[in-house]
Design a protein around this ligand. Structure first.
Ligand SMILES: Cc1cc2nc3c(=O)[nH]c(=O)nc-3n(C[C@H](O)[C@H](O)[C@H](O)COP(=O)(O)OP(=O)(O)OC[C@H]3O[C@@H](n4cnc5c(N)ncnc54)[C@H](O)[C@@H]3O)c2cc1C
Length: 367
């Protein structure tokens, strides 16, 4: 039996793909999907992995409106749909896929620890019982207890995502608004004409809370959906040495640091682990690490931008050829479009070098 800890999208999607082995998911909450701490925005790339039932799509995003610190704004059309999902419903849907694949889901049962027993087996201790198991998958979110128990927690850093579902004035349907002078990343994502998911991410503190207050304005909060997000750690171990203990999703810090989305990465890595665990680390390193790393460096770059540089960036993105590249790209995979942009736009290089200055050398794309 494989013990998967955590019934979020990473753990459930992994379990839905495992062949010829019994999987039990242990989820500490009494139901899958709640409480929600997520905007539920996914790019079209999700369709490569899972069909999205219509009833889970709350709205579709056709444009992003970026607002510079000086108030100037630009629109970027999404050539491919971005979906705003019922996140709790999505988690339940992926969990059902796992159940359909024969997975047992134990709700209200918290992982406490594990120990090695005989014949390459492990004993998992939960809040209810102990279980003999051949493999443990930690898909238990940012503060992974599995990573801690396996001694591979590493030096994690976190950012805070403040988000609320609220009644918000003057929404443009199908348009996500991003204020560049708000936290590390902020968003106003409309569900319809009246209701939006409004949030801001950054290092937790007074300034972030003030930005959040400013973003919320006079809106009326319906539900608080705030949560912690791990910062991608390129040195994070994905497997405990000499043990059959693996990490997936937020537990593995697989979140892109540009816009702090992690659902797709958790699912992609889950697919690799289910497909061939002996190639799991190799596949993740080959297919995901570069984009996660570039996102991290882009985040460093954006965090050190002055307001003037952010204004300049908006000017650059407004140019038709650059805007087109952004419209056609998938932000989950920046390796595909950052180079394209830099090849086309010398000003961006200059802006980039100005920002990297002593911090980084020109090795951004050698990895
Ligand atoms: C405000 C906010 C907005 C976000 N918006 C987006 C977005 O729009 N798009 C996007 O892609 N990502 C977004 N994210 C990130 C996204 O939510 C995560 O990357 C994603 O949920 C990771 O999935 P996961 O399955 O790895 O972990 P989780 O979804 O965190 O699931 C982990 C599960 O493990 C369970 N668990 C934890 N510890 C134990 C234990 N000891 N025993 C048993 N069970 C346990 C938890 O209850 C939970 O159900 C957002 C995050 C925040 C905070």
């Amino acid at each position: 039996m494989i013990s998967t800890i955590g019934g979020g999208p990473a753990g459930s999607f992994y379990a839905s793909k495992v062949k010829d082995e019994d999987v039990t998911i242990f989820e500490e909450h009494k139901e899958i999907g709640n409480p929600v701490a997520c905007t539920g925005i996914l790019t079209d790339a999700v369709k490569q992995f899972v069909r999205i039932p219509k009833e889970l799509v709350i709205s579709k995003i056709k444009k992003f409106k970026l607002i510079a610190p000086n108030g100037q704004s630009i629109y970027i059309d999404n050539k491919k749909t971005n979906y705003i999902l019922d996140r709790a419903g999505f988690d339940r849907y992926v969990s059902q896929l796992a159940v359909d694949n024969g997975t047992k889901v134990n709700l209200g049962e918290r992982f406490i620890g594990y120990k090695k027993i005989k014949n390459g087996m492990y004993q998992v201790k939960t809040s209810k019982k102990t279980y003999d198991t051949s493999m443990i998958v930690g898909a238990d979110g940012p503060k992974s207890s599995v990573a801690k128990a396996a001694g591979i927690y590493g030096e994690r850093r976190f950012v805070m995502g403040y988000q609320a579902r609220c009644r918000y004035p003057d929404l443009e349907e199908g348009v996500t608004v991003v204020h560049l002078d708000c936290g590390e990343f902020s968003w106003i994502v409309p569900e319809d004409n009246n209701i939006a998911r409004v949030g801001v991410i950054g290092v937790n503190g007074k300034k972030l809370r003030e930005d959040y207050k400013r973003l919320l304005g006079n809106s009326k909060i319906i539900e608080d959906q705030s949560g912690l997000i791990p910062l991608y750690n390129p040195r994070q171990k994905l497997k405990a040495p000499r043990e059959e203990v693996y990490l997936l999703g937020d537990a593995a810090t697989h979140v892109k640091a540009t816009t702090y989305g992690g659902i797709i990465y958790g699912m992609i890595a889950g697919n690799y682990l289910a497909d061939d665990k002996s190639r799991f680390i190799k596949n993740v390193n080959k297919k995901l690490s570069k984009d996660l790393w570039i996102s991290l460096k882009m985040r460093d770059m954006m965090n050190s931008m002055t307001d003037k540089q952010a204004d300049e960036m908006i000017d650059i993105f407004q140019k038709k050829s650059n805007n087109k590249i952004l419209s056609e790209s998938d932000r989950n995979f920046p390796s595909k479009f950052v180079v394209q942009l830099l090849m086309k736009e010398a000003k961006l290089w200059k802006l980039g070098f100005g920002i990297f200055k002593n911090k980084m050398t020109g090795d951004m794309f050698s990895k």
